[in-house]
Ligand binder design. Structure first.
Ligand SMILES: NC(=O)c1ccc[n+]([C@@H]2O[C@H](COP(=O)([O-])OP(=O)(O)OC[C@H]3O[C@@H](n4cnc5c(N)ncnc54)[C@H](OP(=O)(O)O)[C@@H]3O)[C@@H](O)[C@H]2O)c1
Length: 264
């Protein structure tokens, strides 16, 4: 599949994985709509793209403001006339024991990672159905396949995405719409620095697992051919991906191991 002039809307495009995907799709000649809250960071990403005046548009949005998504879709459609792929990448993580995590933090993570992603997808869906094509991509996590200490709310938000988008895939199949859930392992971004503590403050620490993790540009290079092949579920990362298979085939043993593992 050629990506030349395909219109790709990426949320969370102001840093990390979303930024790296923007550069990689830009190299392949795609048209981009970049979304996140920080406009100056989106401008920076746009400036780093080639042919950016023509092919890259900025559409600021806050995933926690779910009521405004229909207007955002109208704005997005006005840029290039249609959208081919929505990459639901924007999200926040959490680092705190469940007992210390305030309900306001639980709700905040669910609001951004789950409700925001669902609201944006739902707002775009009638357009995909009408055009009889579309590709919904969700950047979940290996935490969408199993949970570990210190990440209860984050894991819950990613598990929720799997339930929702697995169901959606079956509903939209006859409309020629694909749904892909992507489960990254550790990718070297600021995700843990930007994670929320139990009280909702910024965690501000890079976890040990992230320091030597796969760089986001390598992740983007590996992901794009798999997206083009319209795979339903994709795992990308290092040894931590083993957890997906251990949880599936030897869950009792895996849970025993996880109880002993220290948290970062
Ligand atoms: N890095 C990893 O190891 C890893 C592993 C598995 C899954 N993931 C997932 O990958 C995705 C991207 O994370 P990352 O690793 O690239 O971390 P990141 O650098 O912290 O990027 C997070 C992105 O989400 C955006 N975002 C956060 N809150 C938002 C909100 N309320 N509304 C709109 N956008 C918001 C941020 O932009 P603004 O702050 O400008 O809004 C930023 O662009 C996340 O869904 C994360 O859960 C990451």
């Amino acid at each position: 599949m050629t990506l030349q002039k395909k219109v790709i809307w990426i949320t969370g495009a102001s840093s990390g994985i979303g930024e790296a995907l923007a550069y990689e799709f830009n190299k392949k000649g795609a048209h981009l709509i970049l979304s996140a809250r920080r406009i100056e960071e989106l401008e920076r990403v746009k400036e780093n793209c080639s042919d950016s005046e023509e092919s890259v548009k900025i559409l600021p949005l806050d995933l926690a403001e779910t009521h405004g998504m229909n207007d955002k879709v109208l704005e997005a459609l006005a840029y290039f006339g249609h959208v081919d792929m929505l990459i639901n990448n924007g999200g926040i993580s959490q680092r705190s024991y469940a007992v210390d995590t305030q309900m306001s933090t639980v709700r905040r993570v669910m609001e951004v990672n789950f409700f925001g992603t669902v609201a944006l997808t739902k707002a775009l869906l009638p357009t995909f159905i009408e055009q009889k094509s579309g590709h919904v991509v969700v950047i979940s996590s290996v935490m969408g396949k199993f949970g570990t200490k210190f990440r209860s709310t984050y894991a819950a938000s990613k598990h929720a995405l799997h339930g929702y988008f697995d169901s959606l895939r079956q509903e939209v199949y006859d409309h020629n719409i694909d749904v892909t859930l992507v489960c990254p392992g550790y990718i070297k971004t600021d995700v843990t620095i930007n994670a929320l503590t139990g009280s909702g403050e910024k965690y501000n620490k890079m976890s040990k697992g992230h320091k030597n993790a796969m760089p986001p540009d390598e992740f983007a290079k590996k992901l794009i051919p798999k997206l083009a092949a319209r795979k339903e579920e994709i795992y990308l990362g290092g040894a931590e991906l083993m957890g997906v298979y251990l949880k599936r085939f030897v869950p009792k043993l895996f849970n025993k191991i996880l109880k002993r593992v220290s948290v970062t």
